[in-house]
Design a protein around this ligand. Structure first.
Ligand code: KG4
Ligand code: ZN
Length: 333
């Protein structure tokens, strides 16, 4: 069985071909970073227009690299939401057309579930219950999975996502877009102890996150210390800011581990590419004698392999798909 996945929820146009053994025959990702960089953030209208320009090429390339053609695809799958409405519309309409023309099923995929499922592409047997930390530009959430395809939301951000906070501070400092990977690189050479940020406390004891306080504190420190790219403490500041975000993420993981006693931990989403977060997460898991699973970087940021992988799981569990899908712009959880 061969599955084609399509992902256009935000600013990456991606198509991927997988076998039912979860072999990734192709995973083409066309990033729009250069288009949005001058604006320091994603411009939704530009994103949807670019998806329209790229989608045929990306799908053709993914089929060619996988050594197959459209009539060799048994199942089509596409991100249904959450995401940007115009961006989702391009992928969903295209996928519907392909599935309809080939007379094959179309499986709708939730973007957040796909990020979590990306961990299963390289590790087919992860012990349940699983605690999954999803950290991206749009979402920062903790999920508990008691078994495959069963997701319980434990907490999510009340304001900015972690990636959004990194991107906004990078934009303010004129570092480029997206800011997360730039801060990751620069902070590597900084001393994180020089600048500290107080961790947010949820008065109701929930497992929710909050990053807007960090952002405000960071802006204040930038102004007070007149921090610019050439300031001798610049990389120390970035290292301190990044470390505080990682501490806040791991603090909630720690509280959720104490409360729910998972067997395994998953770290996923675009920010899971961050090297210090990866090291910190693995260190945390080892200290708690838990197995940890962090997808390879190409499966962390938005990609269609995770869409196809989740579609396979849904097909196995009896999902028949549908051709009358509509968009699901907002997160269901
Ligand atoms: O999952 P993703 O590709 O898209 C969303 O669904 O949001 O995540 C994008 C986010 C951006 O905020 C970007 O700055 C961040 O992931 N990111 C990183 C790194 N690579 C990407 N953040 C920190 N360190 C990185 N190396
Ligand atoms: Zn994403």
């Amino acid at each position: 069985m061969i599955v084609l996945g399509i992902e256009t929820s935000c600013d990456e146009t991606s198509a991927s071909v997988l076998t039912d053994k979860l072999e990734v025959l192709s995973n083409i990702v066309l990033s729009q970073d250069e288009i949005h960089a001058p604006y320091g953030g994603i411009v939704p209208e530009l994103a949807s227009r670019q998806h329209i320009k790229s989608i045929s090429y990306v799908i053709e390339e993914s089929l060619a690299q996988a050594g197959t053609e459209l009539d060799g695809i048994d199942i089509f799958s596409v991100t249904q939401g959450p995401g940007l409405v115009g961006s989702l519309l391009v992928g969903l309409s295209f996928a519907k057309g392909l599935a309809y023309s080939q007379g094959k099923p179309l499986i709708p995929i939730d973007h957040l579930e796909a990020h979590i499922h990306s961990a299963f592409i390289e590790n087919h047997n992860i012990s349940f219950p699983i605690l999954a930390l999803l950290v991206s530009g749009g979402h920062t959430s903790l999920f508990l999975l008691s078994k495959k395809l069963e997701y319980r939301l434990l907490g999510s951000t009340r304001d900015d996502a972690a990636g959004e906070a990194l991107d906004k501070i990078a934009k303010f400092l004129d570092l480029g877009y997206p800011g997360g990977p730039i801060i990751d690189k620069l902070a590597e050479e900084g001393d994180p102890r020089k600048f500290s940020f107080a961790l947010p406390q949820m008065s109701d004891g929930s497992l929710d996150f909050s990053f807007s306080g960090f952002k405000t504190a960071a802006l204040r420190k930038i102004r007070e210390n007149k921090l610019t790219k050439n300031h001798p403490d610049f990389k120390d500041f970035l290292a301190g800011f990044e470390k505080s975000i990682i501490r806040a993420l791991l603090a909630n993981v720690g509280r959720a581990v104490d409360e729910f006693h998972p067997q395994s931990l998953i770290l996923c989403g675009g920010v899971a590419r961050n090297r210090k977060l990866r090291r910190g997460f693995e260190g945390f898991a080892a200290a708690h004698s838990l197995s940890s699973y962090i997808p390879a970087p190409e499966f962390c940021s938005d990609n269609a392999a995770m869409v196809a992988a989740l579609a396979l799981e849904k097909i196995k569990s009896g999902d028949k798909g549908a051709l009358d899908l509509s968009l699901d712009v907002y997160a269901r959880r």
